[in-house]
Design a protein around this ligand. Structure first.
Ligand code: PLP
Length: 396
């Protein structure tokens, strides 16, 4: 017998993938320059040159057996020490190598942390709009996924709604800032209020409510926006970090889980993350790229190219009358659909070879997502199409 849940997860295609595949097929017919594809969040700036240099040096300097061998399941000590040093230099985190677990990117880390924190039937909450895979990870852990409705139009956190949803059955809350899909950054004020709420509720329920901070976009911020370091604001935070976007390494599959020393039940929680990873078949993160991180954990992306694209697209759309969340981070714009129906808008745009992702799958209807990791020519070419669409909708 084939497991039906696994079958349907594998057989159902995501809206984003569908749009992306459609775009490729259309490009083969009409030419790539005539398709304006804003669907997929694949980084479009190269990794810092130090990354490739480190790969070459490691291959030259280190024995082949060591480069390609298994590392310890929790990760190479040198890489964990380098990450701890970076966290301590930037945030005075007090991180130690033994608080860090190297994973194959944020996706498997989140899946493991959900399994480490929730017993079957317990709830994990996420703040809408949210990365749709959270539901898969949480349900895969046997837990119940619940979405806190979006706080329109600023896309901070609806603390009243969250307050009403927290219960003795809540194991954890997932936050993602800078946010996919909204491109927003939660303010320090929002996060302090969130921390106060969780502390109060955890006290009342008599058990910790963990905060899972999903941080693949931590370094991608503009206009001097501040990304608060959550373990400093809330003791029971678990960080899931990824180098997929910050160092443009999504195919190398590397990141880490950080369980701060002060977090409730630290040692058991860290062991549970390792155990949950083991249960989903994690052996160790890829060895070569762990060695790269040992040398490159301190590097940051050069954001000028993203910022340039962001300004061109957000500025062009705003000038036409499109409304959107303040795009302070990540590489997405989340735009209010003219006419109010994002699916209808996306269908209409698709007919003009403009591919935008309706927000419904992110738990937020009425908005569509644009990923601006695209060539500038695409932005310039697509703006007249956006203009046609908003004008047509106004005449409906
Ligand atoms: N979380 C968010 C919010 C994301 O947008 C992504 C990828 O796009 C992930 C997690 C997973 O990232 P990765 O597994 O590549 O680190």
């Amino acid at each position: 017998m084939i497991n039906e849940t696994s079958y349907s997860l594998g057989a159902t295609r995501s809206v984003i993938r569908d749009l992306f595949e459609y775009g490729r097929a259309r490009a083969a017919v009409v030419g790539p320059e005539r398709v304006y594809d804003y669907s997929l969040g694949n980084p479009s700036i190269p990794s810092p040159p130090e990354v490739n240099r480190a790969i070459r040096e490691i291959l030259e300097d280190t024995s082949s057996l060591e480069v390609h061998g298994y590392t310890s399941a929790v990760g190479d000590l040198a890489a964990r020490e380098a990450i701890a040093a970076d966290l301590n230099a930037r945030f005075q985190a007090g991180a130690r190598a033994e608080d860090l677990f190297l994973g194959c990117g944020a996706a498997p880390e989140l899946a493991a942390v959900a399994r480490a924190l929730a017993c079957p039937g317990e709830e994990i909450l996420a703040i809408a709009p949210y990365f749709p895979e959270y539901k898969v990870f949480v349900e895969g852990a046997g837990a119940v996924f619940r979405a806190v409705p979006p706080a329109l139009p600023g896309f901070q956190i609806d603390l009243e709604a969250l307050d009403a949803m927290l219960s003795p059955n809540t194991a954890a809350v997932i936050v993602n800032s800078p946010n996919n899909p909204a491109g927003t950054v939660y303010s320090r004020e929002t996060l302090e209020a969130l921390a106060a709420l969780l502390t109060r509720k955890a006290g009342r329920f008599g058990h910790p409510i963990y905060l899972i901070s999903d941080e693949p976009y931590r370094e991608l911020v503009y206009d001097g926006a501040e990304v608060s370091f959550l373990p400093k604001l809330y003791r029971d935070t678990v960080v899931c970090y990824s180098y997929s976007k910050s160092l443009s390494l999504p195919g190398e599959r590397i990141g880490y889980v950080y369980v701060p020393a002060a977090a409730a039940d630290h040692d058991r929680l860290y062991a549970a993350v390792a155990g949950a990873s083991r249960a989903i078949g994690h052996v160790c993160a890829p060895s070569l790229i762990q060695k790269v991180i040992a040398r490159c954990a301190h590097l940051r992306p050069d954001l000028q190219a993203y910022d340039h694209l962001r300004r061109a697209l957000a500025g062009g759309l705003a000038e036409m009358g499109y409304e959107m969340a303040d795009p302070q981070g990540a590489f997405y714009l989340f735009v209010k659909a003219p006419g109010g129906d994002a699916q209808a808008f996306s269908d209409r745009a698709k007919a003009k070879d403009l591919l935008v992702v309706p927000g419904d799958g992110f738990g937020c209807s009425g908005y569509f997502r644009l990923c601006y990791c695209v060539p500038m020519e695409q932005i310039t070419g697509s703006l007249p199409v956006f203009r046609q669409l908003i004008e047509e909708t106004a005449h409906d």
